[in-house]
Design a protein around this ligand. Structure first.
Ligand SMILES: *[C@@H]1O[C@H](CO)[C@@H](O)[C@H](O)[C@H]1NC(C)=O
Ligand SMILES: *[C@@H]1O[C@H](CO)[C@@H](O)[C@H](O)[C@H]1NC(C)=O
Ligand SMILES: *[C@@H]1O[C@H](CO)[C@@H](O)[C@H](O)[C@H]1NC(C)=O
Ligand SMILES: *[C@@H]1O[C@H](CO)[C@@H](O)[C@H](O)[C@H]1NC(C)=O
Ligand SMILES: *[C@@H]1O[C@H](CO)[C@@H](O)[C@H](O)[C@H]1NC(C)=O
Ligand SMILES: *[C@@H]1O[C@H](CO)[C@@H](O)[C@H](O)[C@H]1NC(C)=O
Ligand SMILES: *[C@@H]1O[C@H](CO)[C@@H](O)[C@H](O)[C@H]1NC(C)=O
Ligand SMILES: *[C@@H]1O[C@H](CO)[C@@H](O)[C@H](O)[C@H]1NC(C)=O
Length: 630
């Protein structure tokens, strides 16, 4: 009898490890890397669960949890090594287009081609074990929970295209990240999760989509309709309601959401809408679920299909550590050579690695390359319509920034050629194969493969902005040689149709990208920058005065707007790329009211904002052409 039971355990054990391994959160940030000290040993976690099986079989008196089910054999839905006391999908669901996980074994460049962005997506949720109804017993944290998932083209998840089960546990904070595969390119899907032991406990249903295959002709991407991308940044929890997400989800055609950073943060002071948090909110949660409960502008209680995620990418943040650079932040005196001066006693780099792990547990994204824990910069080929390149201009390999006490010093070195915002690998070519391309190669490769547009998402404002002679040297203005190298690359290689997206600054800035340039006609420009405002946060009362002054005194700056919170929406086809900026009417309560503040057109091949800029007609802020006329 005992022997038979042990055999069953072994069989079930293999199954259990597989079910752990399917949850990519255990790999965070890396499983393959030789020094992957941060990845979890799922075999040990499975063993820990079995310890309970054995204990129960051999000595029942050790076992005092009433809610621990009896062991019935290989059917894990009723076995003691998963929790069946109930689950809570505490943070709804999220999804993102994936990148393949490269392993050392497949270093042949050939095997790295054909990224499967078009046929798979990552699905994310968090399933916390809870006490059974009527019980005060805390859930047994040493056993995993089992979560099933389904993805389908119908909103009730019938006729699913892919499905499966996976385990999660407290080791990864109950997060679950699975890859749904075998999907059709450029297709919208619905997905959801359930408790394996009680299928009536379900998560909200989310929507996601696959991207067009890299070779899909530009005119055929998104079924021939323009592809629209909603772009956000800076969502401070207690500074305002996240109405921008709700509006983009409900009131626009957004196919994809992009967040350029600072996507959820709080500060202990300044709760301007009274949404005070007690202590730290869980880092990095729920940036992308525009409909989740109180965090959004959602107005219809009980309506759960709000998860128009379709989100491609999240940026690493400048919060909770302000003014982050590669080896420190404004709040710590870490240096590139060590952390002896850290007032907290904890090395910044140690904290950074721990946060990388949390990031990978909480974000529905996957590692890019196994030997670079910090790398999240990457490129998405969306048919021949565009390359969407997402950079990390905050934490990847950035040289020292303005830490408030060193502003003068940073100003004195801002022009140094040996200074990099992106780090050499990200900035340049480090290897021939696509997985490792830096920005310059990606732009050239994008031109070579004849993609119409090159859209570059990154955190901070690119174009030079003089605030009456002073510069924000935490933005690209503190890394001028790096900026010049990017512009040089575009000019020298005659790379057209580049559009840079930026966040961070809590204001809207629209500029032509240029070296020498005629601000009236746009002659000489090589691209366009759209920098968007914050989802929440304060607005200066004299915003329009400031904007007028700024468009007057900054050559490439064509529109500036600093009063409204909001987001912008790109609408892209092979002829034009339009950007519509939205201002939220009132973020002090949950609502879906917004209006377009300005719309810009960029025509294929022109490399500048189409004239007249914004059709000479904006609903907020200051337009250069109007200010110059006045
Ligand atoms: C079972 O466990 C209890 C509590 O640890 C212990 O007192 C008892 O001796 C054990 N019985 C056997 C058969 O091992
Ligand atoms: C589930 O989680 C939510 C969010 O944390 C919480 O408000 C709710 O009370 C939880 N429900 C149960 C049954 O634990
Ligand atoms: C960090 O060092 C600078 C320069 O020595 C000093 O002015 C500043 O107060 C220090 N900050 C902290 C948080 O220790
Ligand atoms: C960087 O360049 C500046 C100016 O040329 C020079 O003074 C400085 O020593 C260089 N720094 C390093 C680390 O090479
Ligand atoms: C710009 O700086 C000058 C000189 O410091 C000052 O006189 C002027 O008032 C400033 N203008 C604005 C708009 O701040
Ligand atoms: C961009 O806007 C122009 C002018 O309103 C319009 O003609 C064009 O169809 C739009 N293009 C896209 C891709 O939305
Ligand atoms: C925003 O809404 C609040 C609450 O209803 C109201 O007190 C405030 O006046 C509104 N603000 C604006 C600018 O309309
Ligand atoms: C946005 O859509 C909602 C319904 O989904 C509607 O109630 C609201 O009025 C719309 N907002 C605007 C500004 O049209």
């Amino acid at each position: 009898m005992l022997t038979a039971l042990v055999l069953v355990c072994v069989v079930a054990g293999t199954q259990a490890t597989r079910l752990f391994d399917r949850n990519l959160a255990y790999r965070s940030p890396f499983a393959e890397h030789p020094q992957a000290s941060l990845a979890h040993r799922t075999d040990l976690i499975a063993k820990r669960a079995f310890a309970h099986v054995r204990r129960q079989v051999t000595n029942a008196s050790d076992f005092s949890d009433d809610h621990y089910p009896t062991f019935y054999g290989g059917d894990f839905s009723n076995s003691p090594f998963i929790w069946n006391g109930g689950l809570n999908f505490t943070h709804s669901v999220a999804s993102v287009i994936t990148l393949p996980l490269y392993s050392f074994a497949s270093s042949d460049p050939q095997t790295l081609q054909g990224d499967p962005f078009d046929t798979s997506v990552l699905l994310w949720t968090r399933a916390e074990a809870i006490s059974p109804a009527g019980s005060n017993a805390l859930p047994d944290q040493s056993v995993p929970v089992c979560v099933s998932y389904k993805i389908s083209t119908s909103s009730d998840l019938s006729g699913e295209v892919d499905s499966g089960s996976a385990f999660t546990s407290y080791d990864v904070d109950w997060t679950l990240k699975v890859e749904a595969t075998g999907l059709k390119p450029d297709t919208k899907y619905f997905y959801g999760f359930a408790d394996c032991t009680n299928p009536t406990t379900t998560s909200p249903i989310g929507t996601t989509r696959t991207l067009a295959s890299p070779n899909t002709p530009a005119q055929e991407v998104n079924g021939g309709k323009p592809l629209s991308i909603a772009v956000f940044s800076c969502s401070q929890f207690q500074a305002g309601w996240f109405n921008a997400y709700g509006y983009a989800a409900h009131n626009t055609t957004a196919d994809i959401f992009i967040h350029l950073g600072d996507y959820i943060y709080e500060s202990l002071g300044g709760a301007s809408i009274g949404r005070q948090v007690l202590g730290r909110i869980q880092a990095l949660f729920l940036p992308i679920n525009p409909g989740h409960g109180s965090l959004s502008g959602e107005q219809t209680p009980g309506h759960v299909i709000l998860t128009l995620i379709e989100l491609i990418y999240l940026r690493r943040d400048d919060h909770e550590a302000d003014q982050a650079w590669k080896a420190g932040t404004a709040d710590s005196n870490d240096t590139a050579v060590g952390c002896a001066f850290s007032s907290s006693g904890a090395c910044f780099t140690d904290r950074k690695l721990a946060s990388v792990r949390a990031y990978h547990e909480w974000m529905p994204i996957r590692e890019v390359v196994p030997d670079d824990k910090l790398r999240i910069w990457r490129n998405f080929q969306i048919g021949k319509l565009l390359d969407l390149t997402m950079l990390d201009t905050r934490q990847y390999d950035r040289d020292i920034t303005d830490l408030y006490y060193n502003t003068e010093f940073i100003n004195s070195i801002a022009d140094f050629k040996n200074r990099s915002l992106m780090g050499a690998a990200q900035e340049q070519c480090v290897s021939i194969h696509s997985a490792r391309q830096g920005l310059s190669d990606t732009l050239s490769e994008s031109k070579k493969r004849e993609a119409v547009w090159r859209v570059v998402g990154q955190q901070i404002v690119f174009t030079q902005l003089s605030f009456n002679g002073t510069f924000d040297v935490d933005a690209w203005d503190g890394y001028r040689a790096n900026r010049a190298r990017i512009l040089d690359h575009l000019y020298q290689n005659e790379i057209s149709n580049t559009v840079i997206l930026s966040g961070d600054s809590h204001a809207n800035w629209v500029s032509d990208l240029a070296r020498a340039y005629d601000p009236v006609t746009g002659e000489g420009a090589i691209g366009v920058e759209f920098a968007g405002t914050a989802v929440t946060n304060i607005s200066p009362t004299d915003a329009d005065l400031i904007s007028s002054f700024l468009v007057e005194t900054n050559t490439e700056l064509q529109w500036s707007e600093g009063f409204f919170r909001g987001f912008f929406l790109l609408s892209i086809d092979s002829e034009t790329l339009n950007a519509t900026f939205y201002g939220m009417e009132n973020i002090t309560f949950a609502n879906l009211d917004a209006f377009p503040t300005a719309q810009f057109v960029v025509k294929n091949g022109q490399n500048r904002l189409s004239r007249p800029v914004a059709d000479d007609n904006v609903k907020a802020g200051a337009l250069k052409s109007s200010v110059m006329k006045a």
